[in-house]
Design a protein around this ligand. Sequence first.
Ligand SMILES: C[S@@+](CC[C@H](N)C(=O)[O-])C[C@H]1O[C@@H](n2cnc3c(N)ncnc32)[C@H](O)[C@@H]1O
Length: 431
Amino acid sequence: MPKILNPADASAEGLNESAPDSTAPAGMVFYHASEGKPLATPWQVALIRSQLLARAALPEGMILDCACGSGIQLAAHASVLQRPAIGVELDPRRAQASAMNLHTIASQRNELDAERMLTTRVVVGDGRDGAGILSALKEGLGLEELPKIALLHLDPARPRNSRTHGLDEMEPRLDEVFAGWAPYLKEGRTGPALLLDLSPRLTHEQRLEVEAFVDLSWPGLLRTWVWTSRGRGRVDRLALWLGSAAEEGVARRFVRVPPTLGTEPTLVAGGRRLVNGSGHPVQVNRPPRRGERISILDAALVESGLAEDWLKRVTKSEKIGWSVVEGRRPQIHHDHPLRLEDPADRLLVQATGRVVALARMALSVTHVDRLVEVLLEHDIRSLTVRATLPPEVQPKVQGAIDRQLARRSGRRDAFLVQQPGDEMLLICIAE
Ligand SMILES: C[S@@+](CC[C@H](N)C(=O)[O-])C[C@H]1O[C@@H](n2cnc3c(N)ncnc32)[C@H](O)[C@@H]1O
């Protein structure tokens, strides 16, 4: 019989890994165990995700996280959705940390006595064993029937040194969890609801493998892939929302977590289903022109396959030329300024501007004098190098430009890019 913990009367005794979460309101401290902190979902990310989930019509029942770790995501779901929660965790100390964190969130919201807490529990056990966990809970809670599961959330552990991020390395494995819980998931209008929190490093083929696993248990179940980024062009989370958790007509969603807590995230939705391709733009080689616009977009947005959808929102359906489609600085060429009045859209652009000069010269410290002459002709007071240079050269070149421009009196801010395989420097006035 697995051990069952009641978060309402959880204790922190024996837990010695606690840490404030830098994305949570000041003073909020979470417990972790067995070095669980790096595995835990940051509070802001967890909260945004639960708020988006609140838009879905979930079936009746409880929220289940069958590998709940420190329980941060589970606590966010339970408090935002106002549902009872079940966490399952193999590591007894982490299970205790989960119970404590569920307690902290409920107490912070004055909800320790709320109805949802009466049946909220953390089970120390194997998250693949749906039958065993549910019958233990039925007995432990004195219920007449097995608890109903409204949503299955799964954020499996991955080996820290994994190179392949293969599906067979996930602990617990998706197929085993599906097999163990499929009979117990309640159905909503579009089937059962599942949220799989996966490695952002899964390849396109591995993502399709995940879909194939899903289809084995629930053929054709509705699906929305969700890319989440906390900035710097990195995809921090890749998740698959399924069935009643998925959004009809939305194959992909990109979520840019805002820099400050409490601000709305930037959302882009649409895209093609993954079976129809990765959705990545196609690179074209066309000579750069003075007067055209160049923008460097958020690399995580491009990785999600939703850049073209977003561009429809911020351009007047103009023709976009992709000169760089991979790496940290995806680059487009276009004729009119992007419409970035909404600060949420501005977050998805690293730089945007109009080309004022094309300079054929090598980008090195020895050529900075010549480059600065060109910059002064265009009344430029600052120039950010956004071309790829060796890491040891980049700060030297940028420093030399900054020092020379500081002694002059230009008025405009600019940036510099290059096209792949071409030495030509494209100098753009920032817009
Ligand atoms: C990535 S962590 C989950 C973190 C969680 N989402 C949070 O917000 O804190 C995955 C957890 O799965 C647990 N785990 C691995 N295999 C399991 C199994 N078969 N049953 C239950 N838990 C398991 C690991 O101990 C680990 O704590």
